[in-house]
Design a protein around this ligand. Structure first.
Ligand code: PEP
Ligand code: MN
Length: 342
């Protein structure tokens, strides 16, 4: 990608002329604004030709034209220096506040979901998580309530004033799930499902993209690039643990993902300590560490009766433990110049 920075006093007609030239070269322009300057990311095969085109570089209003160094472009810090803030209703993700997303692994019943939602709200959580379509390792495990689960989520949203995040498994269900949820979750197992990434890229809903359990950070950033290249730049990256030789945890939480994702991209970073740990007694320490490391949010599994959960009970916190944890996290957030809740 060629990053074209327009001067802050560039006229609309000058920006238009640059866009025209970019398109003449068969390149796709992506626009963003930073510090009053329009920035145009020109992507395509003839980038190098444009970069050396004298008549182009002499166009009025162009301040600089630099090629990106990284394979990921639109999500890179090179393209956009400011951290992206994603607005979900009155909740801002990526700002000073650390956003807590919590709820059951799977939506099981109205009673289970509402009890959890009530607890999440009381604790200071802003976003209710819950799977309606579940990507289970075994085909014999509970697969989720499907559309009925989405309907229950929507009811909980209206009743408790929480926003929703739920997983979408297939490209042809994106429209359905987007009709109910506020944030589309792409699960670890689908991080490189490129047709799904393209489809959520066309959606207007923000995306929570989970890191594949065997994916490098560069692969995660490239997966995010697929979404951005298809038109949706409201993406949150989610570290949820990767597979290593360690057996005492379900996955190994890679906390370096937090500063690295912030170094290389402008996207908010969410940590999921539940799927990393696999065991509820580890979740509080991993959550505290994630807040200290600079995460913009946490997504935590909470269940009113974890021992009866149909999915991921062993890593789910009770509502009481979640509430206590939030109190501890508030203190850590403050210590690192952030806040949780008002
Ligand atoms: C989940 O959030 O319940 C889930 C299935 O997570 P992951 O895709 O990270 O395994
Ligand atoms: Mn789960």
């Amino acid at each position: 990608m060629l990053i074209l920075v327009m001067r802050s006093d560039a006229k609309v007609s000058e920006i238009g002329a640059v866009l025209q030239k970019v398109e003449q070269f068969g390149l796709k322009p992506h626009l963003t604004k930073e510090n009053g300057k329009t920035i145009i990311g020109a992507v395509g095969e003839s980038e190098e030709l444009l970069a050396v085109d004298e008549s182009f570089l002499r166009l009025p209003g162009v301040e600089s034209a630099l090629p990106t160094q990284q394979p990921f472009k639109l999500v890179s810090h090179e393209f956009k220096q400011e951290q992206t803030r994603i607005q979900v209703g009155d909740v801002e993700i990526g700002g000073q506040e650390i956003i807590l997303m919590a709820g059951p692994c799977a939506v099981e019943s109205e009673d289970q979901l509402f009890k959890t939602a009530e607890g999440v709200k009381e604790a200071g959580g802003k976003i209710l998580r819950g799977g309606a379509f579940k990507p289970r390792t075994s085909p014999y495990s509970f697969q989720g309530l499907g559309k009925q689960g989405l309907e229950l989520m929507a009811k909980a949203r209206a009743r408790f004033g929480l926003y929703l995040v739920t997983e979408v498994l297939t490209p042809n269900e994106v429209e359905l799930v987007a009709g109910y949820t506020d944030i589309l979750q792409i699960g670890a197992r689908n991080m490189q499902n490129f047709s799904l990434l393209k489809e959520v890229g066309k959606s207007v809903k923000p995306v929570l993209l989970k890191r594949g359990m065997m994916s490098t950070l560069e692969e995660l950033f490239m997966a995010a690039e697929y979404i951005a290249a298809n038109g949706n730049s409201r993406i949150m990256l989610c570290e949820r643990g990767i597979r290593t030789f360690e057996k005492y945890t379900r996955n190994t939480l890679d906390l370096s993902a937090v500063p690295l994702a912030k170094k290389f991209t402008h996207l908010p970073v969410i940590v999921d300590p539940s799927h990393a740990a696999g065991k509820r007694d580890l979740v509080p320490s991993l959550s505290r560490a994630a807040v200290a490391a600079g995460a913009d949010g946490l997504i935590i599994e909470v269940h009113p009766e974890p021992e009866k959960a149909l999915s991921d009970g062993s890593q789910s916190l009770t509502i009481e433990v979640f509430k206590e944890l939030v109190q501890e996290l508030k203190r850590i957030a403050e210590a690192v110049g952030r806040k949780i809740g008002d």
